[in-house]
Design a protein around this ligand. Structure first.
Ligand SMILES: [Ca+2]
Length: 128
């Protein structure tokens, strides 16, 4: 009886390492479709991705939320290493971007040339 009762009280404090960071912001079906399109090595295109995943049509507040998710270390900027793992914010099993894809992505967004993407640059890139 004792053991049985123990089984009925799982440790609810233990949080799963939720990787569905974009749940509630983006539609799961849109995320799947967007990731599907850039599965192949070298096929990532940020414009297509932002449109497909539904970010392009989001409000500034929602885009800021997305930026904060992608800015994994909360530095206030999305740096090159964070861009490389960009797709993994949408699905933990997504691939890392290649160095060439990462560079192209960074160059497209980094309008002030400081080597990282700020929130204004990100918003502009999403809407482009
Ligand atoms: Ca960062």
């Amino acid at each position: 009886m004792q053991a049985y009762r123990y089984m009925l009280s799982p440790n609810r404090k233990k949080k799963p390492r939720a990787k569905m960071a974009f749940a509630g912001v983006l539609k799961a079906a849109d995320i799947t479709a967007a990731l599907d399109e850039c599965k192949g090595a070298g096929s990532f295109n940020h414009k297509k991705f932002f449109a497909k995943v539904g970010l392009a049509g989001k409000t500034p507040a929602e885009i800021k939320k997305a930026f904060e998710i992608i800015d994994q270390d909360k530095s206030g900027f999305v740096e090159e290493d964070e861009l490389k793992l960009f797709l993994q914010n949408f699905s933990a099993s997504a691939r890392a971007l290649s160095d060439a894809e990462t560079k192209a992505f960074l160059t497209a967004g980094d309008t002030d040339g400081d080597g990282k993407i700020g929130i204004d640059e990100f918003a502009a890139m999403v809407k482009a």
